[in-house]
Structures are given as structure tokens and as C-alpha cells.
Design a protein around this ligand. Structure first.
Ligand SMILES: *Cc1c(COP(=O)(O)O)cnc(C)c1O
Length: 373
């Protein structure tokens, strides 16, 4: 911890000092996007869509060229209507963000005052802790035995200062999931004044019959928020579009602090077009669902500890004596960039985004060669 300065000491400081806690935040480190000495490496470190984005979305994006001087519609009404119709959700229960990342920050700002806390799981997505700490909130992390979020572990950490519980479902970087039943049990056991935030960034890739996005639960109760994104399935990560479903009182609060023009015009147009392109979505989902079991089987077969995944990526653990960091470097030399997870407390694991056939085959071959060496 850096030294905590009183308001008085900050008033007398020789230069502007960030409020207490800010300098304790470790900056988010994204997956690598380049490999030294390799031209055109394949980026499988960010869970982006390997097929790119919908041709219809690309066309819609290009059509915005004559509107660059205009402020976007602050309510994102075209996108609101499209999401509302696609998912059968009331438009007044939706809020749109510059990525779901922004929505996570807004939710933290709405609910956390200094000394409040959030509860999350051990390997939770880094954005939750950053958002909480920026509000001078405390971060409590429940263990994830076998890389799975456990409802009871989360509940044990909830106290009278808990305002938010975050679960990623399916989770990143583990790929594991909570069943619909577990989500309901978690919600039912929380005090009604604690909001449960379900980050469903990867929900479209799940195919387990026990998986549930949580949108029905969210419509039955007053304390569930579900966040979604256009960054993964839709392949629009560059445009930064996310949305959330929440009960109206929560939407009302978030809307009061949201930057008024946070989703830009090309992003709104492309997102609407992408939602309408079911063929692209189906192709993207089918690719992941086709290669996920193959990769799990192959990677397990060469001696890696493979965590079963419901997302578009797979977490693998390295056997004793084999370094994940060395494997990451070895793969990079072959033009395959994947995600090191030391920052998530998983120094012996790597996370790889599922690619196209040639990438997946090259991945298995390279990892087999690494393990043999
Ligand atoms: C990628 C990802 C998101 C999406 O973030 P955006 O800001 O919408 O791009 C959200 N949550 C998790 C856990 C993710 O991995």
C-alpha cells in the first residue's frame, strides 16, 4: 500500500496527489498482440472473433463516413430497439456502454462509497477490481477450487459493506460456468440490497444444457444486472459496444452518470447490422463448438491439464518442470500469440483463444513439440 494521505496533507502537497488507493491499482495488462521477429502472427490472446466481423457490420460501419461531425444519439435508440427486439427485453431496462468495461465502471460508481466492498472469485476479470478500487472500494476474492466459481465461497465473503457481487459466466480466464440453478441460489442468498452482476461476455459460446445467461432471473428480481458485449461473438471489439439489462431503478441511476455520447455512430450502426446477421453469428459459434472438444481432447492427450470450457478459449495448465512462460515464448516464435496469466495468479497456465482449423492444429503441434523438448 502506498502511504495514505489525509485531505489536509493533500491540500499542503507540493504537487497534485491522486486520492488514496489510486496508486495501489495495478494497470490492466491486455494480451500481447505482437511476436518479436514474426511477421503476421496469429493473435489468440484476446478472445476476439477469429472470423473477423460480419460483412453487414463492416458495410454499416463504412456507411457512417458522412456522419463523423455529428454527435451520436445519446440513447442509442436504433441499437436499443434492435437489442430489445432480438432478446425480447423492455427497452427501458437497457443501458449501452463504451464496451461492457464502461458499464462495469459505471455500476461501481453508482453503488460503491469508500469502505464498501465487492465480492468476486479468485480468478475474476481484472476490470471489476479496478472499477471498485477507483471508488475506494475493497475487493474480496473467493477461492475457486478446480477453477470453478463456488456460490458458498462467494456468500461467505458477503458482509454489511458488500454492495456488489460479480460473476463472469462463463468465466474468463477459466472457461468454467455456474449453472442456472447456482445463479438462482446465489441471488436468493444475497441480501436484497446487494446487486449481483452477471458478466455474460461469452454466453453465446456455451452449449451445456445447465448453462443459463441469467436474463430471466434478472427480470424476476430487483438486484440482478446482466452485462453483454459486442466484442466477442460479434467481433466488434474495436468499436467498444456493450450493454446491460437491469431493473429500472438501477438503469435510472446509471443513466445519471453515463457520458452522454458514449456509443459512437459507426459503433451503433455496426452493432445493429451485426445483430441482424445471424449467419455470421452461427458460423462463429459453430467454429468454436466444433473445435473446442477437439482441442480439449488433443491438449489433454499431450499431457496438459485442460480445464473444460464453455467459452471461445481454453485454459491449460503445464505439468511440473514445464514452464508456461517458456511455452508462451516458444509459441510466439511459431507465430502463435496466446495469453500468459501470471497477472491472474495463474503462472503455470496459459489461455488460448480457439482459432480456425489451421490455427488449432498448429497450436497442438507446437505445444506437443514444446512438451517433448
Ligand atoms: C472481453 C470481456 C468483456 C468485454 O469487454 P468489452 O469492454 O465489452 O470489450 C467483459 N467481461 C469479460 C470477462 C471479458 O473477458
Amino acid at each position: 500500500m502506498t502511504e495514505t494521505l489525509s485531505p489536509d496533507a493533500r491540500a499542503r502537497a507540493p504537487r497534485p496527489l491522486p486520492k488514496p488507493g489510486i496508486l495501489d491499482i495495478a494497470q490492466y495488462v491486455p494480451g500481447k498482440s505482437a511476436a518479436e521477429g514474426v511477421v503476421d502472427p496469429v493473435k489468440l490472446s484476446g478472445n476476439e472473433n477469429i472470423l473477423g466481423s460480419s460483412p453487414k457490420a463492416r458495410e454499416a460501419y463504412a456507411s457512417a463516413i458522412d456522419q463523423l461531425h455529428l454527435y451520436p444519439d445519446g440513447r442509442a435508440n436504433i441499437l436499443r430497439e434492435a437489442v430489445s427486439a432480438t432478446f425480447k427485453l423492455p427497452p427501458q431496462n437497457l443501458v449501452f456502454g463504451c464496451g461492457s468495461d464502461e458499464l462495469i465502471h459505471l455500476i461501481a460508481q453508482v453503488f460503491l462509497e469508500p469502505g464498501d466492498n465487492i465480492v468476486q472469485a479468485e480468478y475474476a476479470f481484472g476490470a471489476y477490481a479496478i472499477a471498485a478500487r477507483a471508488c475506494q472500494g475493497e475487493v474480496r476474492s473467493a477461492p475457486e477450487p478446480n477453477f470453478r466459481i463456488e456460490v458458498d465461497g462467494l456468500l461467505e465473503l458477503v458482509d454489511e459493506r458488500t454492495r456488489l457481487v460479480f460473476v463472469t459466466n462463463p468465466a474468463n480466464p477459466t472457461g468454467t460456468f455456474l449453472t442456472g440453478e447456482e445463479l438462482r441460489r446465489l441471488q436468493a442468498a444475497l441480501p436484497p440490497g446487494v446487486a449481483l452482476v452477471i458478466d455474460a461476455a461469452y454466453c453465446e459460446f456455451a452449449d451445456d444444457p445447465n448453462f443459463d445467461i441469467g436474463l430471466e432471473l434478472a427480470q424476476e428480481v430487483e438486484n440482478v444486472i446482466v452485462t453483454r458485449t459486442f466484442s466477442k461473438l460479434h467481433g466488434l471489439a474495436a468499436l467498444r459496444v456493450g450493454w446491460a439489462y437491469a431493473p429500472e431503478p438501477i438503469i435510472d441511476a446509471v443513466e445519471r452518470i453515463r457520458a452522454p455520447f458514449n456509443v459512437n455512430i459507426p459503433a451503433q450502426l455496426a452493432a445493429v447490422a451485426s445483430l441482424g446477421d445471424e449467419e455470421f453469428q452461427q458460423k462463429s459459434i459453430a467454429l468454436v463448438r466444433q473445435w473446442r472438444p477437439w482441442l480439449v481432447q488433443q491438449l489433454g492427450g499431450i499431457g496438459l491439464d485442460v480445464i473444460p470450457s464453455q467459452a471461445n478459449f481454453i485454459l491449460v495448465g503445464f505439468p511440473p518442470g514445464k514452464s508456461a512462460a517458456e511455452a508462451e515464448a516458444f509459441l510466439a516464435r511459431r507465430g502463435l500469440i496466446i495469453r500468459g496469466l501470471a497477472g491472474y495468479g495463474l503462472p503455470n497456465h496459459l489461455r488460448l483463444t480457439i482459432g480456425r482449423e489451421e490455427h488449432n492444429r498448429a497450436m497442438v503441434e507446437a505445444l506437443a513439440d514444446f512438451l517433448k523438448a
